[in-house]
Design a protein around this ligand. Structure first.
Ligand SMILES: Cc1cc2nc3c(=O)[nH]c(=O)nc-3n(C[C@H](O)[C@H](O)[C@H](O)COP(=O)(O)OP(=O)(O)OC[C@H]3O[C@@H](n4cnc5c(N)ncnc54)[C@H](O)[C@@H]3O)c2cc1C
Length: 588
């Protein structure tokens, strides 16, 4: 039953720009029970295409027309329809096939659905045809199931919590993408995901509110029911059913985690670009509370291969974390040049955000990247560029560019041990702290102060050799107890939740890169500010063009504050620093 389909032939007899011996093009529409096909057929008819009965292939041979393309609309799984499609392709010698299916394969945990789609494209290639698979969000058009349900149940909007969200895409937008690919001079076999805007279901439903008296009454009734939290209960149940795998995740999701570069590239294409935001581990959303309006977040964490290229160069996929990279380097007694306090950060992020540690001699992780593989979805081209090239310099630390980073080549260094020494100071002035950073006997240093008005300051120094008579192994990483805490908290879901949630909703975390003079101003004026957990580190000047510190070595001052004091701090920064330089991986 599921595999039943209808086939319709549309002859483009209205096409006038044909040479005398050219044949009229024919588009075959194959419909596996997808209501949206009716909209496409209507669209073809409005463009002067006439339905013909060419079901017997001999009939076709005797006409002045030829099949140019086939559009297949699939409701359900593509994998169950591939044989039938191939049979049609062979029978009518179709060269170009567009297949409209759902984005469900991005949401299943197994990669088999995606692999099967790729295998199907290869099978089409073997018979000399070029296939483009469109994985679409819920399609909205007057015949579509999604639009009909939204219209019918629009009145339940007041009941639906705004946390329930998904993607819907307009039918016309899908059809235009099909046309664009059909007419493209560089048409090739590929998979294109077109998700559409990621919005709360509540908003989608509101788009279909009408003045129909029954709908208005039901809406009011649902509004009253919403006070009894019926909708929240239903949402809770829905999420459980999704977790148990009984209901598709497509009804509630805001993040996708592609498990291969191919899957990532299918999501980041010129049609879908405005609907997605590519990120790394996703601390921006989970920790800092960033929102990417109407976009689905594409976290690269599952694209995480690391390969050794030479003695001190490794090739790292964008989604590998700092933790995975350090683990990879450990057996060879190597490490990264810069080691931040927290290791659940993706290496791809390091190309765009100035991730630094507390080393005195090295600056950001980006500075040790020697080559990158980027992809420009708008131009549909790969960019491979090395650190000496202008192209590399144009993209590094450039968060406004549309390119995504796929892979990077990174220089690593021999592993060091870190021998800590902690110094407690009472009311030190700024010069004392600046002098601490000039101590060339230490390799790493950070300075901590718990509250702005506290008198006590701790300086954590790390030496390359033990400073004590007693034999000590030293530390694996130059982190004090607070610095080492984050990774431990991230290990378990409950502690990870406790670490991220307060910052996401209640706190603000800023890191400023200050010149020596600016730091002196900060230190003289900061004690009355509503800030806490101050950490001060030294960051060496970075040569990269878009670096936040291209002209001089900087003092990085990181602190937390309550969100309600955010305006006070913004004013303070504006009044005291002419051109404030922020860490773009924190609040700014
Ligand atoms: C507990 C904690 C401790 C921290 N300690 C430090 C520290 O010691 N030193 C320090 O420098 N920072 C520190 N940070 C800040 C951290 O470096 C940033 O928040 C960083 O952005 C987090 O990495 P991520 O992979 O989660 O980034 P995400 O939020 O996932 O991504 C950040 C941005 O990077 C870009 N991006 C990432 N990957 C790609 C890609 N493949 N293609 C295109 N664009 C991409 C996107 O523009 C994205 O918006 C800390 C953060 C936390 C939560």
């Amino acid at each position: 039953m599921d595999n039943q389909f209808s086939v319709n032939f549309f002859e483009h007899t209205a096409q006038t720009n044909l040479s005398s011996e050219a044949k009229y093009p024919i588009t075959i529409i194959v419909d596996f029970g997808h209501p949206v096909s009716a909209n496409y057929i209507k669209r073809l008819a409005s463009r002067g295409c006439f339905i013909q009965d060419f079901s017997a292939s001999e009939k076709l041979a005797n006409t002045s027309s030829q099949v140019t393309d086939m559009i297949v609309f699939i409701q359900g799984k593509l994998s169950e329809k591939t044989d039938a499609i191939l049979e049609l392709v062979k029978r009518y010698c179709v060269k170009n096939i567009s297949i409209i299916t759902t984005f469900q394969s991005h949401l299943t945990n197994e990669s088999t659905a995606i692999e099967l789609e790729e295998i199907f494209l290869s099978r089409l290639k073997e018979v000399g045809s070029c296939g483009v698979i469109f994985r679409c969000g819920h399609i909205l058009s007057d015949r579509s199931l999604a639009e009909n349900n939204l219209r019918r149940f629009a009145f339940v909007a007041p009941l639906i919590p705004s946390s329930l969200r998904s993607c819907c895409v307009g039918g016309e937008e899908v059809f235009q993408a099909i046309d664009a690919e059909q007419n493209s001079s560089s048409r090739r076999s590929r998979i294109i995901t077109l998700l559409g805007a990621n919005r709360p279901w509540q908003e989608f439903l509101k788009d279909y509110w009408s003045d129909n008296i029954l709908q208005v009454l039901l809406r009011k009734f649902c509004f009253v029911l919403s006070f009894l939290l019926f909708g929240h209960l239903a949402a809770f149940l829905l999420n459980w059913l999704i977790k148990l795998g009984l209901i598709s995740r497509s009804w509630n999701f805001d993040t996708l985690k592609p498990s291969s570069m191919r899957e990532l590239l299918s999501l980041v294409n010129k049609y879908n670009l405005k609907y997605v935001k590519v990120v790394g581990y996703n601390n921006g959303v989970n920790h800092l509370g960033y929102r990417y309006l109407e976009k689905t977040v594409i976290s690269t964490v599952n694209c995480d291969r690391i390969i050794r290229i030479s003695e001190n160069i490794i090739k790292v996929d964008c989604g590998a974390t700092i933790l995975q990279t350090l683990d990879f380097l450990k057996p060879k007694q190597q490490e990264l040049y810069a080691i931040p306090n927290y290791s659940h950060i993706c290496m791809g992020t390091a190309f765009f955000v100035p991730i630094h540690g507390n080393a005195l001699d090295y600056t950001t992780i980006a500075e040790s990247i020697v080559k990158v593989v980027l992809y420009d979805p708008k131009e549909e081209r790969f960019i491979i560029t090395s650190c000496q090239e202008t192209t590399f310099q144009n993209y590094i630390f450039n968060t406004t560019s549309q390119v995504i980073l796929l892979r990077l080549y990174l220089e690593v260094k021999p592993k060091a041990r870190y021998f800590p020494s902690k110094v407690k100071l009472l009311q030190p002035n700024s010069q004392v702290l600046l002098d601490a950073f000039s101590d060339n006997t230490v390799t790493n240093i950070d300075i901590r102060k718990s509250k702005a008005d506290s008198d006590t300051v701790y300086i954590n120094k790390y030496y390359s050799k033990s400073q004590e008579k007693t034999k000590s192994e030293g530390l694996e990483f130059p982190r004090d107890s607070i610095g080492g805490l984050w990774d431990k908290l991230e290990e378990k879901p409950i502690t990870s939740w406790l670490m991220h949630t307060p910052v996401r909703y209640l706190l603000w975390n800023i890191e400023l890169f200050l010149t020596k003079e600016e730091f002196m101003t900060f230190w003289e004026t900061h004690s009355s500010l509503p800030i806490r957990k101050i950490e001060i580190r030294y960051v060496k000047r970075s040569n990269s063009a878009n670096s936040p510190f291209p002209d001089c070595n900087c003092i990085a001052v990181d602190f937390m504050l309550s969100r309600k004091h955010c305006q006070v701090i913004k004013e303070y920064i504006k009044n005291n620093f002419a051109v404030p330089r922020y860490h773009l991986g924190k609040h700014y």
